[in-house]
Design a protein around this ligand. Sequence first.
Ligand code: HEM
Length: 220
Amino acid sequence: MMPLPALPKRYHPASIWALYAVGLLPAVWTFYLGATGQLIGNPVKIFEHLLGEWALRFLILTLLISPIRDVLGINWVRYRRALGLLAFWYVTMHFLAYMVLDKRLAIDVIVEDVFKRWFITIGMAGFVLLIPLALTSNRWSIRRLGPGWNKLHRLIYPIAAAGALHYCLSVKVIGPEQLIYAGLVALLIGWRLVRPRYMEWKRAARAGGARVGSPRQQTE
Ligand code: HEM
């Protein structure tokens, strides 16, 4: 396979900021449409829906970074933090849209929803788990937490599962859209489970190839 042209290192920080800017565009655009009365139908629901879907998309993109590196050899790890934080900001906005625009800060109704409506309980669990990940997405926390940081950030898998399940349970009839998101999340969790074996196999294949290709082997 033709390798992708590598982005010169000096452009890496700018490309990460560009990702933040592009990633926030759907929210800004829909907010603009809502504020100018151009969201036809139920603007609050459309806004809530859009923010929830983008949260799930960014969670999936965050999980994709590792298989893309392992299987295709493309290292986009530098974008993972931005993608994870974008997912967090979209979930936060989705939650705020629900609290402020949908429920008009009726705390009793919100508390009842969180404890009585399963899909909201699951969404809330995903959101709460995402908070420590967002708070520790910085170099200082990586240094402070050491190996514990990796363990903590593995929570992204159950969080994505909670997001996909929450989406499936939020509708009366599960359609192709929900199935696609849930299927992608299931595939990525499956990948995480088989990854250690795949990496072992890849290492063994590389070591075997190197041995076959070594000058000593060829002359023997
Ligand atoms: C990881 C966290 C979450 C993700 C990824 C997520 C994602 C989604 C998605 C994709 C939808 C479907 C959009 C639609 O078709 O309407 C949805 C719906 C919904 N979510 Fe979330 N959500 C999360 C957390 C939350 C939280 C914390 C709340 C509130 C406590 C919440 C409240 C809702 C509500 C009320 C709906 C239904 C909107 C409607 O009636 O159409 N979500 N969410």
